[in-house]
Structure formats: C-alpha cells, structure tokens
Design a protein. Structure first.
Length: 313
C-alpha cells in the first residue's frame, strides 16, 4: 500500500492502459488546444474543429480501435485511429487491421482521410516496427507540465507513472525464427553491401521487422529495410527546412517523400518479405530491398546532402 504524507501528490501506485485511454479521451473531447497540439505534433492535416472522440470502437469486423478521434480540417473530415499501448504486445496483424479499418472509413465515406497512429511510452515506440507515426507518453507528459496548473501537473505525473511502469517491467523476448532470419540478413548484407553498416543482431523480438543500416558519412540518416511493408527508406532525423526543400527539389519520379511527426523519409518500393519464413527462399526479395537502400544512399550523396548534414552538425 502506498504511504501517505503531506508531500504525497498522487494517491495511486500504478497507471493502467485504460487510465491513459480516459486521459486522452477527456483531452480530445474537451480541449481544442490539446487537439490542435496533438494534430500538429503528428504532422496531420490542420485542425479546424472537433467532431468528437470515442473509446473502444469495433467496426467492419476488423478488431477494435482504442480511440477514434474525428475532426475537421477546413473542408475535410479527418479520422484518427489511435492505438494506445502501455505494456501489452501487439496482436497478430493488429496494425494491418487498423489500416484496413481506416481504408473502410474512407471508402464508405465516413470521412475524407483516415490516419493510424500509436500512443505509447518512448521505449515502446522505438521498439516496434508497425506504426510509423507515433507520439510518446513522455511528450504528452511534457505538454501537461508546461501548462503549469495543478490539473496539468497532476496529469503529467500520471503519464510519468505509466512510463515508469513500462521501464521497470520491459524485457524484450527473443524469437528464434526471427533471430535466425536477422542473422542471415546481417551476413548477407556484410557480403553484398559492406559500405552500409548494421549492428549484429542479438535478442530479436518477434515484431522486429525493420533492419536499420547506416552510412558513416550521412549523420542523422537511418536506412530502414521495412520487410513486411516492402519498402526501402532513408529516414532523416530532425531535418532542417533547407534539407527538406533540397530533397523535394531533386526527388526522382520513382522515389516517394513520406512525412513523419519529427522526421521524413525518402522511399523506394521494394518487395515484401516475411521475417518468420526461411531467409534463403527470399534472397531475391532481400537483395532488391538492399539494392534500393544503396540506391537511396548514392542519390543522397550525389545531390550533396552529406555536405549539408556535416554543416548542420
């Protein structure tokens, strides 16, 4: 039982996922300032007005959305499908079901655009490979703290208790089939593209699906091979507006520009790969993805982005 004293602020020992659901539900339902901040932080279409937020929505026989936030952006109606995770693992194909629900909402004209995002502690966000767009508990906690009100500080501390719960209990569980695939991938990469570095895999959880590669001359860029998606990405961390402008100005027709909340990626479509299946049966697909990573790297150097990155640092 928690000890009490005159200095005790929060009469609670543990925060559950459901508690965070309710915090987000209240903020998105009642505070336009929070809605506006939330949308900007995730780089979603501009917030004009709110239509409401609902918890535990099950539609189309495609599973459950933790929170469904609806808002208007000028003349468009936007749905944001929010998956809130504290310490539970993703269910099989959970993100895929989110994407399917979002597509159904648009096709059935419930909204003009729909986006799937993750809200979770930073440790969780950085150790998952499904949701490209996410916002951390820590970021939300800092916003509450900046409000400098008793209510804001109270909610900030609730979010921090949730973060500490995950930090104390987080233990990555190794998946032998996925670990085997990653080791084969690492060896193959070292043979085919030695100029891109990759950390030797150790513990590899089941959800690990984005091998990360680096070039020593390109600081602040991570090359992701997104296996199940079938994408090869070069992701720019905390880029300047000048770098973003130069990328867009020189973007080849077969490349895509993908904007994230705090970064952006340049993407080439590759081949889908199943990390749980035999590596040797997918070597051709793996090689296509790696060659596209190399193509991205060479193009970035060709247009002189490495000089801009070094100047920024």
């Amino acid at each position: 039982m928690q000890e009490t004293s005159e200095h005790t602020i929060l009469p609670i020992e543990s925060v559950q996922e459901r508690d965070v659901d309710l915090i987000l539900l209240e903020e998105l339902s009642t505070e336009n300032s929070f809605c506006n901040w939330f949308v900007k932080e995730l780089n979603l279409p501009e917030f004009s007005s709110s239509n409401g937020t609902w918890r535990s929505i099950t539609d189309f026989g495609l599973g459950e959305t933790d929170l469904l936030f609806s808002y208007n952006s000028n003349n468009e109606k936007i749905f944001v499908l929010i998956e809130n995770k504290l310490d539970a693992t993703f269910q099989d194909e959970q993100y895929i079901r989110y994407e399917k629900r979002a597509k159904e909402y648009v096709e059935k004209k419930h909204c003009d655009n729909a986006y799937c995002i993750l809200v979770a502690p930073n440790l969780y966000c950085e150790n998952q490979n499904d949701f490209e767009n996410y916002i951390s508990y820590e970021t939300i906690s800092r916003l509450f703290e900046k409000q400098n009100t008793k209510r804001g500080i109270f909610k900030s501390q609730l979010m921090q208790i949730a973060v500490e719960k995950l930090r104390r209990g987080y233990q990555p569980v190794n998946s032998e089939p996925v670990q085997k695939f990653w080791h084969n991938y690492w060896n193959f990469k070292n043979d085919k593209i030695p100029t891109l570095t990759m950390k030797k895999p150790s513990i590899v959880p089941h959800n690990s699906d984005w091998p990360m590669l680096y070039d020593s001359e390109l600081k602040g860029i991570i090359f992701y091979h997104k296996l199940a998606q079938g994408n090869s990405d070069a992701t720019f961390q905390n880029p300047t507006e000048n770098i973003e402008f130069k990328i867009k100005e020189n973007l080849p027709s077969d490349f895509k520009f993908i904007k994230h909340s705090k970064s952006f990626s340049v993407r080439i479509s590759s081949q889908k790969i199943d990390r749980t299946e035999d590596f040797n049966e997918q070597i051709k697909e793996v090689e296509i993805g790696m060659k596209n990573l190399e193509k991205l790297r060479d193009w970035i150097k060709e247009i002189g982005i490495n000089n801009w990155l070094q100047h920024r640092i």
